[in-house]
Design a protein around this ligand. Sequence first.
Ligand SMILES: *Cc1c(COP(=O)(O)O)cnc(C)c1O
Length: 376
Amino acid sequence: MSIPFIDLKTQYNRYKSEIDQRVLSVLEHGQYIMGPEVSELESQLADFLGVKHALACSSGTDALVLPLMTKSLTAVDAVFIPTFTFFATAESVSLAGGTPVFVDIDPQTYNMCPESLEAAINRVTQEGRLNPRGIIPVDLFGIAADYKRIQPIADKHELFVLEDAAQGFGAGYFGQRAGGIGDVGATSFYPAKPLGCYGDGGAVFTNDSSLHEELISLRVHGQGHTGDKYDNIRIGMNGRMDTIQAAILIEKLAHYAEEIELRNNVAQRYTHRLQGVVETPIVPEGQESVWAQYSVQVANRDEVREALAQAGIPTAVFYPTPIHRSTAYKSLGSENSSFPVSEHVSTRIFSLPMHPYLSEEQIDTICAVLVQTAKI
Ligand SMILES: *Cc1c(COP(=O)(O)O)cnc(C)c1O
């Protein structure tokens, strides 16, 4: 018997009647684009995070690109991002016309390292080729980045903070929720994310009403807010979320707080069993993870993953290649920087099955294989 890495089928079966009914009602009312479910979802998402505005959009990538489009970036504008993240964080900067500058991570949380950030800003300023403009901290694996230390650095250098909460939507951070911490936040509803729809989707969050107005326009080809729909006032994109996806998310959001709790129970049992066996994840004081991934480090990753695979237990490596080494970005000139933590972690890390419905027996089966094979 094999254990699923994530279990969307069990989740669908639990909420099937509500989801089916919601989707059917969209099929019947027929407003497939920007139907009433989209704004209904937006106000629920904003309430969930405790922010003024949520804008539903087509994907997590577009949720990053849309706010970046308001910054009028050019190739000399530097946006600082961790090199240990999903490719889309870097790509969004390039798509919006700017240049990503890579920063190393903290060895415990795997999130952007504030010292490395400050060093990168100073280096870029000294070199004089690029102008520091913004920072995209990533809430990796479900834990919010270190905003208490990043925000003062941003303030000092007058940089915007765009929060990439694609893996962290709703994670607890000293009374705030991830997605709603930066000047503007972006998330993804890709099916495998902690809160996912049944296709592509994303959202942008902000307390800045004029930014929100601009995002509304950018989402639909830069349309004007009033008057002639065909007199576009800026260059935007087709960044809309399908009404059907919004309908699905409304039903799944209703259960999300409970699912976060279940994910935390799973993580607690893993950590209890695996302490001293592998390097277990660390959730800093004052924070709560939404466990997009339960990622551990070992010295003999291939061997351990092979033993787990033999036992019918799937694993994944996030991320085997820091972005500064990717084919697309290796020519960017990161040779003046070094990323020892990202390099080290990328050779050792991998993720175990994580979803709200993992049973205690399944967790114990997984941990037993690790106890037998893992070397720290
Ligand atoms: C998934 C992800 C994205 C992109 O989201 P999509 O919906 O797939 O476009 C961006 N950043 C991070 C950190 C992600 O994990």
